[in-house]
Design a binder for this molecule. Sequence first.
Ligand code: IDP
Ligand code: MG
Length: 153
Amino acid sequence: MDRTLIILKPDTIQRGLIGQVLQRFEQKGLSLGAMKFMKISRDLAERHYAPHKGKPFYPGLIDYITSGPVVVLVLQGNRCIEISRTLMGKTFGFEAAPGTIRGDFGASRSYNLVHGSDSPESASTEIALYFKDDELLEYSLASSGWVYPKDDS
Ligand code: IDP
Ligand code: MG
């Protein structure tokens, strides 16, 4: 089962867009493996964004992601990393295509509403930062057979 870590960043919460952003992932057919509402500490933010340490936008990124509550989710489903990144759109809101989360709701470089893991390796590292193994629920949605055909080659 493929898994990815998604964060609805502080701007999503402050702008009242939790439902609309969550709906994009839900209506695509991905299933929720875990979800929590929390405030990210600076220590956790620094671990999460360690690959960006030293970049000019890093201090602002840490301030942003720790500035208010976030919703952290694990999504499950075949190709969920790729699917989620496509739904999110390009990093900068002003470049992201209409129809994507960032393209529909974002206008800046930094305040881009969502985080999504970019590879299986980063997904497993990131999931472990936020959830214990026994918090990840495995089940199948009644609709999954109509989202993912058995033979999809
Ligand atoms: P991603 O979120 O699309 O994977 P990354 O390059 O991993 O993009 O950057 C992590 C986050 O850092 C972005 O989502 C955005 O919030 C912020 N960020 C990236 N590049 C810039 C920049 O040039 N200026 C300001 N913030 C940036
Ligand atoms: Mg990234």
